[in-house]
Write a protein that binds this ligand. Structure first.
Ligand code: ARG
Ligand code: ZN
Length: 421
């Protein structure tokens, strides 16, 4: 998508000029905890000094991309400090372009074989879709199943986009609630794709679904961060945060998964508006966070599960993330997480690990998962990190959307089944 040019005065908004990653490299660095520099984690140093974009950080390794112009300096910095790195990719733009090309091909062959059964919204799970297609899909579902579906706009974003939630329930007053969201992080495109897939799977066979699916109140919010999603599709593929402007900096965006009102100013987030894990100015300072917190806290009665889909890493993690303590009933969460992982393995052959968040991903405050547990009392709270393990990272090929979404569906089914009717 080209930058929009203002016809009248020829002004180009720099925020709309597409960011390219030609010859940018992706590095993986192990044992990062050994590499503190002046009390600053290595990831932060690389982010601040060399414009590095952190893709993934966990207890074992750091995946970070470095732009062409900073490669030399970043390389010598690591060499100076005797830090080893693995070069995973040498041209990230190629990865980005490959996903686009594959999607175009899939769409063309889809168009060739289109039948009357084709959804009007044009959604499928052979390609990633823009926000409008996802929202059209939600509207289409609501009008096809008007008796059991309700569509909410739970708020608006800084750029004025709707925050949409779809409820599916035959008896919203009685049935236990399961909330499922995606797209908190803009660049994790597989997440909204997985959430829409779950909606489709559940509804397309609604009448024959087992009681543990049918006798539930489901809430689906496929895109918690629409501004970020649009920005990641149109301008900067690796964008993570939302797009709210800062009053103290020229940098944009708050990490919504560090902005929830749970140990908000604790470890694992940044006070720097330019950081990818910027926590914002106050708990729930962001419209998206506020909307979700308001909507859910008014519906916390009977809220049995909160599932949030992210990528990547293939993990099924449960609270707490903000402190190195397990929740009281963590045995149940571990059992259900493990069952989901086993079912995935036998069905698709993909390995997922289930464990408590702080052990696998490190400590971080302000997460939506911990908030849902602490503030709403949801029992089965999981953050699911979908495929892959870093081979393609956020640029997961469209041919893997369906298989990955099936894995997400298995987690949702397993959790639904674990909850007593
Ligand atoms: N990759 C996710 C993030 O960094 C993991 C979220 C796990 N939960 C948490 N509260 N940190 O946001
Ligand atoms: Zn994420």
């Amino acid at each position: 998508v080209a930058a929009k040019e203002d016809a009248a005065d020829g002004v180009i908004d720099v925020n709309e000029i597409p960011v390219r990653y030609d010859d940018a490299q992706l590095w993986r660095i192990y044992n990062i905890s050994e590499h503190m520099q002046n009390n600053m984690p290595l990831a932060e140093t690389l982010e601040n000094q060399f414009g590095g974009v952190i893709w993934k950080e966990n207890s074992k390794f750091l995946d970070i991309s470095i732009n062409k112009d900073n490669l030399k300096a970043a390389r010598s910095y690591l060499a100076e400090h005797n830090i080893d790195k693995e070069v995973v990719h040498t041209n990230i733009q190629e990865l980005i372009d490959a996903v686009e090309l594959e999607g175009i091909k899939a769409t063309q062959s889809e168009a060739g074989s289109r039948t009357k059964k084709q959804a009007r919204s044009g959604i499928n799970w052979k390609d990633y879709h823009d926000l409008e297609t996802i929202y059209d899909f939600m509207r289409e579902i609501r009008s096809k199943f008007p008796k059991i579906c309700r569509l909410y706009s739970i708020g608006k974003t800084a750029e004025g986009r709707d925050l949409k939630v779809l409820r599916i329930s035959e008896n919203p007053r009685e049935y236990k609630k399961i909330w499922i969201d995606g797209g908190i992080h803009a660049r994790e495109w597989i997440s909204p794709a997985t959430v829409t897939f779950i909606v489709y799977q559940i509804l397309s066979k609604w009448e024959s679904q087992p009681a543990y699916i049918k006798q539930r109140t489901w809430y689906f919010m496929p895109v918690v961060n629409p501004d970020g999603y649009v920005y990641s599709r149109n301008v900067n593929r690796l964008w993570r945060k939302n797009r709210s402007p800062s009053s103290s900096s020229s940098c944009y965006g708050v990490d919504l998964n560090r902005n929830f009102n749970i140990n908000w100013n604790g470890r694992g987030s940044s006070t720097n508006p330019c950081s990818d894990t910027y926590r914002g100015t106050t708990p729930a300072s962001e419209l998206e966070t506020k909307a979700v917190e308001n909507f859910l806290s008014r519906r916390k009665h009977n809220l049995s599960a909160y599932l949030t889909y992210h990528s990547y890493g293939q993990y099924i993690v449960y609270p707490w993330a903000y402190k190195a303590v397990k929740v009281k009933d963590s045995a149940a969460l571990q059992r259900v997480g493990k069952t989901a992982a086993e079912r995935i393995l036998s069905k698709t052959g993909t390995v997922y690990r289930s464990d408590v968040t702080h052990a696998l991903l490190g400590i971080a405050g302000g997460g939506s998962d911990d908030w849902a547990r602490a503030a709403c009392g949801a029992k089965y709270v999981y953050t699911v990190e979908l495929r892959d393990k870093g081979e393609y990272g956020f640029q997961l090929p469209p041919s893997q959307i369906r298989g990955t979404a099936e894995e997400g569906m298995i987690v949702a089914e397993t959790v639904a089944q674990a909850i007593a009717l």
